[in-house]
Structure formats: C-alpha cells, structure tokens
Design a binder for this molecule. Structure first.
Ligand code: PAF
Length: 282
C-alpha cells in the first residue's frame, strides 16, 4: 500500500477546505479513537475502496448514557495519529463544541423501534446519538463509501437503515470482525480487561462460533444461545439470534440470514460479539 501525507484537521471550515481539495473517490472510516488493529482493518478496506481516506476520531458524547464511560473512554490522539500516519489523507478530530455548539442538539436523528432492542434496551438513546453523529460526519466528509465493522452489528444494521431511509448518497461497506489470536473480538474497551478477564471474555466468541456452527438449523442456533445463557460463564446482557432487517428474535420457522449477537459484562466492561449465519432448515 502506498504512503500518503496525513493531515490533521480539527475544525469544520478546515475539514471542508481539505475535503474540497480531494479529487477522486473518498472513503470515510468513523472511529472514537483509541485505534487498534480492528480500526486498521477498516482503514485497509477503505484504502482498497477509494482514492482517498478520511478517518474521523471523535468520542461522541451523545451516544453515552449518564452512567457510562464517556469521561473515562480511552483517548490518545498522538497515538492515533502515529497509528494511521501515511495510511489516511485526513484525520478529523474535532472538539465537542465544534460538533455540538448546542448540546444536546435541538435537531437530531432517531433510530426508531429497532434502536430500542438489544443494545438499545441496555443503553437508552444510544443509537439516536450514534445515528445523529454518523449523519453529521457523512455530511461533513461527503464520502462515496463508509466502512463499518460487523462487531457492532446493530449499529451497522441501523446505519444501513439510516442511509436507505434518508436517501443518503453513500455506500455502507461492512468489514469482518478482527480477532485476537485467542478469538476475542478486538475492541477499544479490551484495555480495561485483566488477563483473567480476557480469558473469561472468550465465552463470547465461543458462543457465537458455536451458534454459527449450528446453522443451517434455526432451532439449533437458538438452542446454542439458550444453553450459553443458562451456563452463565459471564454476566450476559443477551445472546440472541435476530432477523437482520428487523432486529427481532427469529423463531424456529425463520429462513434466510440470521444475525447472532451477544453482549456480556466482564470485570465491569461491556463486550460485544456477533456473527452472520444462514438458516435454511428447522
Ligand atoms: O463505532 C463507533 O466507534 C462509533 O459508534 C461511531 C460510529 C464512530 C460513532 O460515534
């Protein structure tokens, strides 16, 4: 992959000026910083898809609940710059006041009913905050394509819905989950885990792998997840098999794509994992 000059921009006027100067196609990678190999895989895919890459690095207060880790969320812009230097054209790292002169904003995006189940049930308002900032970042960076990881499966499904429902002129490209050699899904929040916690957290990847292996039987997928919940190796928030279009739990009669989604708390940290399977049998 060829090196490019990376420019840091922190204000909207600077971003508009730099964006206007890019000729050819543009891919946006949205992040909240604390970049890890999972983000680098998104950047690598973005580089394959477009002539230029813009990485956004912004911890969005609107998607954190009052008792969540907004203040403690890991932030290290220098490390982020070093991680993607030469790999992306622009890094947009605005201050909160730049993105939200008024907080909460008077006009925002709501995710609807699919934003209130699973993650949304645990984190009320979270997806309204995500879709609001994603809409703003799409408007500001004007990409041809934007890449999103499959680990945040509900976020990906809702961003796809957002783009379809609001006729936004961008293609959303899903990128597979990046895993540590142990199988643990890479996440910025893994830094909160001890070595024992990382071992405990393997229950998530084991469960999605076993559920996926139970395809093509819809009932077998559901049975694997029910069994994992019963065994309670971790403090599960949910282990669900849902229809990717509606995010409603599938029945044994379901045929077609199934989104397997798990979320659990390990040492006080909320972790997610996911997989896609195809159900063609009872
Ligand atoms: O997935 C994330 O890191 C965030 O939810 C996103 C998409 C950057 C919006 O803040």
């Amino acid at each position: 992959m060829s090196e490019r000059t990376t420019t840091l921009v922190t204000t909207i006027p600077q971003l508009r000026e730099q964006r206007d100067a890019l000729s050819g196609s543009v891919a946006t990678v949205m992040t909240m910083g604390a970049l890890h190999d999972g983000h680098l895989a998104l950047v690598a895919r973005a580089r394959e898809l477009a002539d230029h890459v813009i990485l956004t690095d912004f911890v969005n207060p609107l998607q954190f609940g009052p008792h969540e880790d907004f203040d403690a969320y890991p932030r290290d812009l220098d490390a982020d710059l070093a991680a993607v230097d030469g790999l992306v054209d622009l890094i947009f790292a605005p201050a909160v006041e730049e993105m939200y002169p008024v907080l909460p904003p008077t006009v925002s995006v709501t995710a609807g009913p699919a934003g209130t189940v699973l993650e949304g049930a645990q984190r009320p308002g979270h997806f309204d905050g995500v879709l609001t900032v994603v809409t703003k970042l799409l408007q500001l960076t004007r990409p041809d394509v934007s890449v999103f990881g499959r680990k945040d499966a509900q976020q990906l499904a809702l961003v796809q819905r957002l783009v379809a429902d609001l006729h936004l002129p961008v293609r959303i490209e899903p990128v597979d989950i990046q895993r540590e050699p142990s199988g643990l899904a890479r996440s910025s929040r893994n830094v909160y885990l001890s070595e024992d916690g990382k071992q405990e957290a393997l229950a998530l990847s084991r469960t999605v792998t076993a559920a996926r292996a139970a395809a093509p039987s819809a009932s077998a997928i559901r049975a694997v997840l029910a069994d994992a919940l019963d065994r309670a190796e971790v403090t599960w928030d949910y282990a669900a098999a849902v229809d990717p279009a509606t995010l409603r739990e599938i029945t044994d009669a379901h045929r077609g794509e199934v989104l397997i989604m798990v979320a659990a708390r390990v040492e006080g940290t909320r972790l997610l994992d996911a997989a896609v399977a195809e159900a063609t049998a009872p």
